[in-house]
Ligand binder design. Sequence first.
Ligand code: ITT
Length: 200
Amino acid sequence: MTERLLLATTNIGKTREMQACLQDLDLEILSLESLGNIEPFPEHGQTFSENARGKSLFYSRHWDSLTLGEDSGLEIDHLAGAPGVLSARFSGPDATDETNLRKVLRLLEGVPAEERTARFVSCMALSRDGRVIFEIQEFAVGRLLDHKRGRSGFGYDPIFYYPPLRRTFAELEPAEKNRVSHRGQALCRLRDYLLSVSVG
Ligand code: ITT
């Protein structure tokens, strides 16, 4: 019987990237809409792992098959690792991708290129029957520009310059980003795991 995988995220950008990586597996992929109207997971963890596990287990309580939770974010060296787990809410409770990105640009004003290093982190937790059965953390290293470049992707992508490809993540095609990004690499390992246990 085809397994069902719930993508436990409210973020449409993440959802698209997850679907693109997993779509050819023998899995029925569903979004949180399948659960109807439930309260979102209250995210208060101190680490990506804590939040990823929390999301995965929280939504799996409403679901009888596989549940994938992901927590991700941007760690900026000049800001001692901020915004980290607060990446989605960096500019306050009404934060948007644009206000978050503007805040980063403001905090890095005047900082020279070589000191604008940063990394994206993605931590994923896969659950079934109330327990986490697989967890992965991956990252992508880059440098933050002082202006936006590109229109693809989401979040901080337009200022995240990826030196090996000499482009920002927002200048990459979705498939190119998935080949090198933190999330793409984590998804690749998740795929291997699902295939190894004959799911998919
Ligand atoms: P869910 O918790 O529902 O999955 P969220 O957007 O709140 O959605 P996170 O708490 O994991 O997710 O926050 C991740 C934030 O980090 C995201 O909103 C972006 O601001 C940033 N981020 C993560 N991955 C990114 C990527 O690939 N490109 C750009 N920004 C990214």
